[in-house]
Design a protein. Structure first.
Length: 76
């Protein structure tokens, strides 16, 4: 006869029990958890300026479909 498996243990509903104790100061916790590039206490305006300084290299170009159709007609 097969042996009965042991009963399953229920998971703890209290999530705080599973968290390790935090020993670092709040300034360090903020910079670790959110974004390593930002220091805790940094003003929103400074962060906004950093985001605006990012250049993506996107140019405003327009492709005329008539030119594309003419090029395809020449190659076929």
């Amino acid at each position: 006869l097969p042996t009965a498996s042991p009963p399953l243990q229920l998971l703890s509903s209290d999530r705080r029990v599973d968290r390790p104790e935090v020993t670092s100061p709040p300034q360090k916790r903020l910079s670790i958890v959110h974004c390593p590039g930002y220091e805790a206490g940094e003003k929103v305006e400074i962060r906004r300026r950093r985001a605006e300084d990012i250049v993506y290299g996107i140019r405003d170009t327009w492709i005329d479909l008539r030119d594309v159709a003419e090029e395809e007609a020449l190659t076929t």
